[in-house]
Ligand binder design. Structure first.
Ligand SMILES: *[C@@H]1O[C@H](CO)[C@@H](O)[C@H](O)[C@H]1NC(C)=O
Ligand SMILES: *[C@@H]1O[C@H](CO)[C@@H](O)[C@H](O)[C@H]1NC(C)=O
Ligand SMILES: *[C@@H]1O[C@H](CO)[C@@H](O)[C@H](O)[C@H]1NC(C)=O
Ligand SMILES: *[C@@H]1O[C@H](CO)[C@@H](O)[C@H](O)[C@H]1NC(C)=O
Ligand SMILES: *[C@@H]1O[C@H](CO)[C@@H](O)[C@H](O)[C@H]1NC(C)=O
Ligand SMILES: *[C@@H]1O[C@H](CO)[C@@H](O)[C@H](O)[C@H]1NC(C)=O
Ligand SMILES: *[C@@H]1O[C@H](CO)[C@@H](O)[C@H](O)[C@H]1NC(C)=O
Ligand SMILES: *[C@@H]1O[C@H](CO)[C@@H](O)[C@H](O)[C@H]1NC(C)=O
Ligand SMILES: *[C@@H]1O[C@H](CO)[C@@H](O)[C@H](O)[C@H]1NC(C)=O
Length: 328
């Protein structure tokens, strides 16, 4: 009898202490409310059941049915403020075929740093409400059905204008209109990916301000004009992709690509290939231009992919690897 009593006491204590833990690590009530609304907005026709549950500690804030569906990684931090509440810091719902709109209510999750809705069927545009999110430094909306102009209000996104190392990926949507000059205000952008949309016009001069870009991609749009001179001032570039951009003939500015990828396909380039271009490490694609001159010796071997066809390059190719390269 005595032993039973002791056991009971222990159980009570355990449940008491675990409920204490729960109390001090709950998701903020305002965020729970916002999550419910976000669920409705992204999942308008309700085919997919997206249940938000308050279990910040276990890392499972969202439960989905069917369970085999996409990747949901909703992260919280229970010590980001001293209000004894947990706050969502990262919101990722990838590969869910979500049919709704981008949720303006995401702005109520004020501590979110990363938004990722890659590969859904979300339509509409980027909510202006998100502009207020102070630590938002990563937005990927790639492969959705977003339409209209790329909103100029992106240029007033609080965090995007002052945090360093920002990423903005709008690839493979149906954005139309011009590349908004307001993007030039995002001077701390590291990655700007706009490829695979229906953008028109020329690349705006204002982009010259974004000097620390490491990855810039605008291929597969309906842009025209030339590659602006200022690209030569982007000294941190590791990847540059511009393709199928009709316009007057022009000579390539002296671009600096520190590593990786230089794709300038079918953009009416003339002149010789600048020295710097040969230093690219992974992919060099300058096909369908009007480039002239010789390919310097020993410049192909070190790279995984080199594409130079559709030009007027001349001379004897010295590099034996070139003749055998399947990637040329
Ligand atoms: C989001 O925050 C605004 C203002 O702070 C509030 O009026 C609104 O009800 C909140 N929405 C949700 C869904 O929590
Ligand atoms: C979900 O996506 C994140 C971020 O891209 C990745 O780190 C993680 O491995 C993915 N999880 C699964 C189960 O695929
Ligand atoms: C949570 O936020 C605090 C305060 O900003 C930070 O020091 C800590 O590294 C964060 N924890 C995680 C897991 O990110
Ligand atoms: C933003 O991040 C900083 C540094 O991690 C942190 O101190 C601050 O509390 C965060 N603010 C919000 C609104 O999350
Ligand atoms: C670019 O990065 C350097 C550090 O690498 C920094 O000093 C500079 O302020 C940054 N420029 C802008 C416009 O953010
Ligand atoms: C780009 O196309 C527009 C409309 O088709 C045309 O008016 C403009 O002159 C073109 N600009 C350049 C630089 O080719
Ligand atoms: C490149 O940067 C230099 C120095 O900051 C500046 O004088 C020049 O105008 C810039 N070139 C272009 C085309 O923006
Ligand atoms: C390339 O430039 C030439 C001369 O400026 C022009 O006649 C031709 O139409 C241009 N081609 C394309 C595809 O833009
Ligand atoms: C291009 O830039 C490199 C250094 O980044 C320099 O060595 C070379 O002289 C420049 N070429 C021209 C034509 O300006």
């Amino acid at each position: 009898m005595l032993m039973m009593f002791q056991l009971c006491q222990v159980m009570v204590m355990i449940s008491f202490s675990s409920s204490i833990t729960l109390l001090s690590s709950q998701l903020h009530p305002g965020e729970v409310e916002a999550l419910t609304q976000i669920g409705k907005t992204v999942n308008e026709d309700g085919q997919l059941s997206l249940k938000f549950v308050d279990r910040c500690q276990s890392g499972r804030v969202v439960e989905t049915e069917p369970t085999s569906a996409g990747n949901s990684t909703i992260e919280c931090n229970c010590s980001i403020t001293d209000d004894n509440y947990c706050h969502i810091t990262s919101f990722l719902l990838k590969d869910y075929s979500l049919p709704g709109r981008l949720p303006p209510e995401l702005a109520n999750l004020t501590h979110v740093q990363k938004i990722d809705f890659t590969r859904n069927y979300l339509y509409g545009t980027i909510p202006v409400e998100w502009a207020s999110m102070k630590n938002l430094s990563f937005i990927s909306l790639a492969a959705n059905r977003l339409t209209g102009n790329i909103p100029g209000h992106l240029g007033s996104f609080t965090a995007l204008t002052y945090l360093y190392g920002l990423n903005l990926n709008l690839e493979s949507n149906q954005f139309s209109g011009v590349v908004p000059p307001e993007l030039g205000k995002l001077v701390n952008l590291k990655t700007l990916i706009l490829s695979g949309n229906k953008l028109v016009g020329t690349l705006p001069e204002a982009l010259a301000q974004i000097k620390n870009l490491t990855d810039f991609r605008v291929s597969d749009n309906n842009l025209n004009g030339t590659v602006p001179e200022f690209i030569g001032n982007w000294t941190q570039l590791q990847k540059l992709r511009i393709a199928d951009m009709p316009g007057p003939e022009f000579q390539l500015p002296n671009v600096t690509i520190r590593r990786d990828t230089l794709v300038l396909r079918n953009i009416n380039l003339t002149g010789t290939i600048p020295e710097n271009a040969w230093k690219v490490e992974t992919t060099l694609d300058l096909t369908f231009n009007k480039l002239v001159g010789e390919i310097p010796p020993n410049t192909i071997r070190r790279r995984q992919f080199t594409f130079l066809s559709g030009n007027k390059l001349t001379g004897t190719v010295q590099d034996p690897f070139l003749q055998n390269s399947p990637n040329l």
